[in-house]
Design a protein around this ligand. Structure first.
Ligand SMILES: *Cc1c(COP(=O)(O)O)cnc(C)c1O
Length: 372
């Protein structure tokens, strides 16, 4: 039986995802929208997010590995799927059979895709990736002409796209963005000169929201889908994930009593403590001990002492919460409640990592607004 009080639960609001995707579609200047659902949709669940995004205006889905894309195809997703990063020994044949668009950054990769296409007996749809300055995957500019010519000469390869990825789009005005855009343009012109007529895509969430001149034919937002804005544009994006737990025990302690391992916190007055059965095994970083607030009973309350593997303790002052009262660790932030961004700032990271880290076996997932 599913307990009615959540122990450690992420609630994913699919209506928030729909709202965000609709907003991003509106901002896309007519470009098609690819919702990036890699890493299990940044911890939100790839399949439910994919369905909600397609309902709200996305026509493409972006996965990292071919396996991630195939999982969506097997689940009945018929939209265009794109995957871009695999191991050197991956077999692309199942991807071609399942009509997944593939990426190639090198001639070797292109040859492996063409070999798979030969075995399948069908053409592979390929997006050639130019490295415009992120220096991760993508073809370095000096090798680009050769890649483009090889692709144009291979009858089993259909080049449908030229694409790249930006390094500093989340710092609007950063000089690298224009430099990358210029190199992207040159790569596109070289592909045209080789007789190809590819679509172009470059923009992640940040570029979608700040650089309409870089929207081209297709935009690839990830994080903004989940309601987290990488740039301070003031868009009405709605965070889709809430991480919550419940109060399982309360107790009154006198001034001078200490709490949790190491006794790092001592009550400076008589107070009521609430026990929350959720800890670092559930995604509450122990390093936030002493710096963490939760939302409990309509206000922020500090976590007292260390975060343990399975538990944490909240200082409730003279208020006694009900057993089973909801404890929000982070969420949309209504009323001043903690957000994933607040955690990220305290942790010295980005909210991408906070939400993506919530994919854990002990954390239950629940969906709001599921229409499937
Ligand atoms: C992750 C990723 C995106 C999405 O980036 P966001 O910053 O989350 O919008 C787009 N394109 C590629 C190639 C990616 O790896």
């Amino acid at each position: 039986m599913t307990p009615s009080f959540p122990r450690a639960e992420v609630v994913i609001d699919l209506d928030a995802v729909r709202h965000n995707v609709a907003l991003l579609t509106e901002r896309a200047s007519g470009a098609a929208l690819m919702t990036v659902v890699k890493a299990d949709a940044y911890g939100h669940g790839a399949l439910p997010v994919a369905r909600a995004a397609l309902e709200a205006g996305a026509t493409w889905l972006g996965a990292c590995s071919l396996d991630e894309a195939l999982e969506l195809r097997r689940a009945g997703i018929t939209a265009r799927l794109f995957s871009w990063l695999d191991m050197p020994d991956v077999d692309f044949a199942p991807g071609i059979e399942a009509d997944v668009d593939l990426a190639a950054s090198s001639i070797g990769e292109l040859r492996r895709i063409a070999d798979a296409a030969r075995r399948v007996g069908a053409r592979a749809r390929v997006h050639l990736k130019i490295d415009t300055g992120l220096s991760r995957n993508g073809c370095p500019p000096p090798l680009w002409a050769e890649l483009v010519e090889a692709a144009a000469a291979e009858p089993l390869i259909e080049v449908v796209g030229v694409w790249s990825h930006l390094a500093c789009a989340d710092e609007p005005g950063h000089a690298s963005v224009d430099l990358q855009a210029k190199r992207f343009d040159e790569a596109y012109e070289a592909a045209r000169a080789a007789g190809l007529d590819p679509m172009r895509h470059l923009a992640n969430s940040a570029a979608l929201l700040t650089r309409p001149d870089l929207h081209f034919d297709l935009v690839r937002p990830g994080i903004a889908t989940y309601g987290l804005n990488p740039v301070p544009t003031g868009e009405d994006l709605r965070p889709a994930m809430t991480f919550r737990s419940s109060v399982v025990l309360t107790k009154r302690v006198p001034a001078g009593e200490s709490v949790s391992y190491g006794h790092s916190w001592t009550a400076d007055r008589d107070t009521t403590l609430a026990l929350v059965p959720c800890g670092y095994a559930d995604g509450v970083p122990r390093v936030l001990s002493g710096r963490l607030d939760v939302w409990l009973g309509g206000r922020r309350r500090p976590v007292a002492g260390r975060v343990c593997m399975d538990q944490l303790v909240v200082d409730c002052g003279d208020t006694e919460p009900e057993l089973g009262a909801e404890v929000v660790l982070f969420g949309a932030g209504a009323g001043g409640a903690p957000t994933a961004r607040e955690w990220a700032d305290k942790l010295g990271t980005i909210d991408y990592e906070v939400v993506t880290s919530m994919y854990r076996p002990r954390v239950r997932r629940r969906y709001l607004g599921d229409r499937s």
